[in-house]
Write a protein that binds this ligand. Structure first.
Ligand SMILES: C[S@@+](CC[C@H](N)C(=O)[O-])C[C@H]1O[C@@H](n2cnc3c(N)ncnc32)[C@H](O)[C@@H]1O
Length: 262
């Protein structure tokens, strides 16, 4: 099978699963437990676990951007291609099937989705990928230095979790590493010492399966030296102010979400 035919077969198997009642009920049961148990910072409202998928055509448009493609093909140097919020594994499989010789990692909070990813690995004999049930921030804190390219699939995440994820990525990734983001607000505000993420390219009008966001942009960033003249103290103060604003927004969001989940 050619790589595209294999990717289509894997994507069709994942799409068929979206129709299965068993999978949906297992997912719901797990979400109910997590919503009760988890602290706010892990996203204790239902929307943080929303399901959606990125079609291969959208992913491919992003990775056809020359600078990113060249980087993945030539610049990873033992580091991994990582998807945070990998869900059932869609974009992990696209990456590892499309590019020769890379290693891919998928991370998600939901064990039931990670199990599906592992079943797909067995069923299709997919090589060079690993999946972990873990919070994205924790994963990056421990393994960020091994990530060369990271997709942060954070469309539905708590905004403080998004901010902390990008902060940890900026702190731990090597200079020149790439991040692909679904948002461009907080990533522009993330600073670490003299480092920042610089927007390289916006890929517009991409299709998604989300009812709420059927089409939007993805943003390609690189870790670069910042020309900002802010002192360390000013950076800390700016970040605290930004996080405080995000927390207020999230408290409001959580209250609304709880109202509808009762
Ligand atoms: C947008 S969906 C993933 C969509 C998928 N990657 C795709 O193909 O577009 C977001 C995923 O993030 C997961 N998630 C939410 N909060 C998380 C966190 N703090 N750490 C890791 N995963 C998280 C959810 O369980 C959900 O599966």
């Amino acid at each position: 099978m050619t790589e595209k035919v294999r990717i289509e077969a894997i994507a069709a198997a994942l799409a068929a699963l979206e129709e299965s009642d068993k999978w949906e009920s297992e997912r719901e049961d797990e979400i109910n437990v997590l919503v009760k148990k988890n602290g706010y910072e892990l996203g204790n409202c239902r929307c943080c676990y929303n399901y959606g998928s990125t079609p291969f055509e959208s992913w491919e448009k992003v990775f056809q951007y020359r600078e990113l493609r060249d980087y993945v093909e030539n610049g990873l140097e033992e580091r991994v291609y990582c998807v945070l919020g990998s869900s059932t594994g869609w974009m992990v499989f696209y990456g590892v099937e499309y590019f020769t010789g890379i290693t891919a990692v998928g991370v998600d909070l939901l064990e039931s989705q990670i199990e599906v990813s592992r079943e797909m690995v067995e069923r299709f004999g997919i090589e060079n990928c690993e999946f972990y049930t873990k919070d994205a921030v924790e994963y990056v804190r421990e393994h960020g230095a091994q990530i060369g390219v990271c997709i942060v699939s954070s469309l539905c995440w708590h905004s403080v979790v998004r901010y902390n994820t990008f902060y940890e990525l900026l702190r731990t990734m090597r200079a020149g590493s790439c991040v692909i983001a679904y948002h461009n607000e907080e990533i522009d505000a993330v600073l670490y010492d003299e480092w920042k993420f610089e927007l390289v390219h916006e890929v517009k009008n991409l299709a998604f399966s989300w009812r709420t966001h059927p089409s939007r942009s993805l943003y390609i960033y690189r870790k670069v030296k910042s020309s900002s003249r802010l002192s360390k103290q000013e950076i800390i103060a700016q970040q605290a102010e930004y996080l405080h604003a995000l927390e207020e927004q999230d408290a409001e969001h959580l209250a609304i979400c709880n109202l509808f989940s009762q």
